[in-house]
Design a protein around this ligand. Structure first.
Ligand SMILES: Cc1cc2nc3c(=O)[nH]c(=O)nc-3n(C[C@H](O)[C@H](O)[C@H](O)COP(=O)(O)O)c2cc1C
Length: 184
């Protein structure tokens, strides 16, 4: 029997393939410490994800991870925020019951006296008609990740190449510009 607080590893988390719309919830917010442990979750994030705020706080942020998300997106995200830069990305998140929702996410560094003390994120609604394109992109990125024989950070290169080509074909210089252009 599983204890109440048990969070299964990402690869065995059940999904339903049911999408949840954000409805009137506009900005789903959270904050983490420098290790990605959730320190704050907005009511809207709790409502949409199906977790109580208490179940989110103290947990690693990958509690919301959907197995369709490529590792390389999160690698890129951590590279940016650990370098002190903000990151914009499209994210498919898993709800507690296995449903999912799509969000355009901005992650930024929080500082105190010039030193990083944690990260904050806000999530906004993307145009729904763009989602199939992102589903397809992420599937191609995951395939590229699996094709790599490297086990260190070099394994992300083929997937990042797929992402770069996607961004360029859409006429943008970087992922952030593309994502911002798709806010609904
Ligand atoms: C402020 C902040 C917000 C994050 N938001 C999410 C999120 O909504 N969904 C998610 O899967 N990961 C999010 N992450 C990234 C997770 O910390 C983690 O890197 C990612 O889920 C991949 O985890 P894994 O490689 O351990 O499976 C966030 C990280 C930070 C710092």
């Amino acid at each position: 029997m599983l204890s109440m607080g048990y969070i299964p590893p990402i690869n065995i988390r059940q999904v339903t393939n049911q999408v949840v719309g954000l409805g009137t919830h506009r900005a789903l917010q959270s904050k983490t410490d420098l290790n990605g442990i959730i320190t704050h979750a907005s009511r809207s994030l709790a409502d949409i994800s199906g977790f109580a705020a208490d179940e989110l706080i103290g947990q690693p942020h990958n509690i919301l991870r959907h197995p369709d998300m490529p590792d390389s997106v999160y690698y890129l995200m951590w590279q940016h925020i650990q370098a002190g830069e903000e990151f914009f990305g499209m994210v498919k998140n898993r709800c507690k019951n296995g449903d999912h929702y799509w969000v355009m996410t901005r992650v930024a560094v929080m500082q105190e006296n010039g030193k990083p003390i944690g990260y904050s994120s806000a999530r906004f609604t993307p145009h729904a008609d763009l989602i199939p394109t992102w589903e397809d992109l992420f599937a191609r990125m995951r395939t590229a990740e699996q094709s790599s024989s490297f086990t260190d950070h070099r394994r992300f290169k083929p997937a990042h190449d797929v992402l770069c080509k996607f961004v360029q074909r859409k006429g943008f210089n970087n992922l952030g510009q593309l994502v911002l252009s798709q806010r609904s």
